[in-house]
Design a protein around this ligand. Structure first.
Ligand SMILES: Nc1ncnc2c1ncn2[C@@H]1O[C@H](COP(=O)(O)OP(=O)(O)OP(=O)(O)O)[C@@H](O)[C@H]1O
Ligand SMILES: [Mg+2]
Length: 258
């Protein structure tokens, strides 16, 4: 996979392959053996120097947080499989938790809701499209999206059918999963050292990952947790942007693993 990615940057094979310096972003729960495997793969793909960075740290850099400050920042990364809740201070990860509720679970919730309330069977791709088009965390949005038509198979008759779906219905379907994320954030705040928790209460928390794009999620979280919630500029790319920043400054940041 790494080789193919390099090919995307240099479609023509250079006569003398350059010596790559690679920065690879890894989940913070990774084991030493897995780290070794990541390094080996990179080296086999032609890397001369391999550096690793933990994903939440990369996300923080990508969001534009000054990670070296002696101040606590909380980053919530709602990805596909997992939601990571991480506190960062003084260029280190202070606490890090993750739950297996994120985008894929939202998609499954939508499939389940349409099956249960409309007897409509839809595929995962359709459900993800619905989530992206009208997915919401609140039932009273300021700028509500229009209802959309959804095609699927009627579970009773077995023939194709189309229904109109509103964002409120999707918000209802996602409620349970978002609630679990809220609970996890509250629990993480409880276990954060008091001084850092104070910083977080003052500055708020940062949302990133594809799930951060759910309409109204920032508002819902700030109502529930009672602190400001900021959404990263381009949440799907915070991690990769941060990894790029770390690559440019690979010798400067103490958290870059050699
Ligand atoms: N506009 C959107 N609204 C809601 N969800 C979205 C939107 N765009 C993408 N997603 C969802 O975001 C998820 C992907 O996010 P992201 O790229 O951050 O995950 P990942 O980093 O690949 O996963 P993980 O962090 O769990 O390894 C998918 O579930 C996708 O359906
Ligand atoms: Mg991710």
């Amino acid at each position: 996979m790494i080789r193919e990615m390099i090919k995307m940057i240099y479609p023509k094979k250079p006569l003398f392959p350059p010596s790559w310096r690679m920065m690879i972003c890894i989940p913070s729960s990774i084991t030493e053996v897995e780290k070794r495997a990541v390094r080996d793969s990179a080296e086999q793909a032609g890397a001369k120097e391999v550096y690793l960075i933990h994903e939440p740290m990369a996300a923080a850099l990508g969001i534009g947080i000054d990670v070296e400050e002696p101040v606590g920042n909380m980053i919530i990364d709602i990805g596909g499989g997992t939601t990571g809740i991480t506190v960062i201070a003084l260029a280190g990860i202070v606490c890090d938790q993750s739950i297996r509720i994120a985008g894929d679970e939202f998609t499954a919730d939508i499939m389940e809701a349409l099956r249960r309330y409309h007897s409509l069977l839809i595929g995962e791709r359709t459900a993800e499209q619905i989530k992206i088009q009208i997915g919401a965390a609140l039932k009273d949005l300021d700028n509500p999206p229009d209802d959309i038509p959804v095609n699927g198979r009627d579970l009773v008759t077995g023939i194709p059918k189309q229904i109109m779906v509103s964002y409120q219905e999707i918000a209802e379907a996602l409620d349970k999963s978002i609630f679990k994320i809220e609970e996890a954030i509250l629990k993480a705040l409880e276990t954060t050292p008091p001084e850092l928790a104070g910083d977080i209460y003052r500055r708020g928390l940062y949302l990133t990952g594809g799930g951060a794009l759910l309409r109204g999620l920032d508002k819902r979280l700030s109502q529930k947790i009672k602190l400001p919630v900021h959404i990263a500029d381009d949440p799907l790319k915070s991690v990769v942007r941060g990894t790029g920043i770390a690559l440019k400054n690979y010798d400067r940041y103490p958290f870059v693993m050699r």
